[in-house]
Design a protein around this ligand. Structure first.
Ligand code: ASP
Ligand code: MG
Length: 355
């Protein structure tokens, strides 16, 4: 089931790290037993927001420290593992003027979220007797200087990721903090949800067979399952359609995570259920995405020419057909559900993908 002999990258999102940490560690241990694995982690959920606030106001470092110490205690880790990073964070906040720009300073501060969570993950694996190498992400992921939303320089990353490849080949679990890159001697970040992007870049660079994107939902759904109870997972989504859906508001994946050939498998950390593969194949099932635009919500059906009984704006984005509608916030839920009904009916099907 867990692909014996395969090389995989497993990425764990912020809510998995915070709420399903032990399952994430156990899952990684299983992957390591069966083959080669590199892990990309997000910051504990809520920490990136707290760090952005810290960069803005100078306040909140105490709360961030406490949250991590509590987390360590709950998971049987020594809280002092975080002390050096927390000291460094405090020093960085105090030396704001030494950064070339506010954006560079902000990215530097925000980078500590993933550094802290990766430290915890590496420690938890080590305590199970698994050999680990923890990487500095700015040494591996080379980016441009677009702080806050940096783009990866793949060629440079390919050569810099050789030590990660070697580590997994030698039987170590490579742990790489997500979301963070390096430009010259500065830290950059890859945009919100950027750990998906780190994972797919790294997967491509180290020649992984697949990248597992693990979160609190088991895949890409026909609509946001939190708002549409009858939404169901889509088993195969092409890279193009995943990218367009993501640009139009689908939150399951960072849009740039689809730029590489390596297949992405989306699964749930809690029970290791996988429901979507993003790659060459497409099930053809439309995906409803929504995003806020000005005071309204834009609802888009990605991968459809028209919806019977609904008048929308039809266009093509990167070769993918889209129908868009604008709705008020108060009618968003009702609209999403009736649109979903019109497209798909109420069948609640699942197509589990076994890996
Ligand atoms: N921690 C970052 C965020 O909250 C990146 C990520 O979670 O992928 O956006
Ligand atoms: Mg995500």
């Amino acid at each position: 089931m867990l692909c014996p002999g395969r090389r995989l990258v497993a990425k764990f999102g912020g809510s998995s790290m915070r709420r399903n940490f032990d399952e994430a560690v156990s899952f990684t241990a299983r992957l390591w037993d069966a083959g080669e694995v590199a892990v990309v982690v997000s910051a504990l959920k809520g920490v990136t927001d707290a760090l952005l606030m810290l960069a803005e106001t100078g306040d909140g470092i105490g709360g961030i420290g406490e949250l991590h110490r509590d987390f360590a205690l709950r998971h049987g880790l020594d809280p002092s593992i975080f002390s050096p990073l927390l000291r460094e964070l405090r020093k960085s906040v105090e030396s704001r003027d030494s950064f070339p720009s506010l954006r560079a300073f902000r990215d530097h501060v925000v980078s500590f979220g993933e550094l802290l969570s990766a430290r915890a993950f590496a420690e938890a694996l080590s305590s199970r007797g698994i050999p680990v190498v923890l990487f500095d992400p700015w040494e591996v992921i080379a980016t441009d200087g677009n702080f806050g939303n940096a783009g990866v320089n793949f060629r440079e990353t390919l050569s810099r990721s050789a030590p990660v490849r070697e580590a997994v080949e030698e039987g170590f679990v490579a742990v790489v903090p997500g979301f963070i890159g390096g430009h010259l001697d500065l830290r950059t970040t890859l945009g919100r949800n950027g750990s998906d992007y780190t994972a797919s870049v790294l997967g491509e660079a180290i020649g992984a067979d697949a990248v597992l994107i693990m979160g609190d939902v088991d895949g890409i759904y026909t609509a946001d399952p939190r708002r549409v109870p009858f939404a169901r997972p889509v088993p195969f989504v092409s890279r193009e359609r995943a990218r367009v859906a993501s640009l139009l508001g689908m939150r399951a994946l960072h849009p740039r995570a689809t730029e590489f050939e390596v297949p992405l498998l989306l699964g749930r950390t809690d029970d290791w259920a996988f429901s979507t593969v993003v790659g060459d194949t497409d099930s053809g099932t439309p995906i409803i995405a929504h995003t806020r635009e000005g005071g309204l919500f834009r609802v888009s059906v990605v991968g459809a020419d028209a919806v019977h009984g609904y008048e929308g704006e039809t266009f093509e984005l990167d070769g993918v057909r889209v129908v868009s509608f604008w709705v008020e916030r108060s009618s968003l839920g009702g609209f999403l559900n009736s649109l979903h009904w019109a497209l798909m009916g109420t069948r609640k099907l699942a197509f589990p993908v076994v890996v």
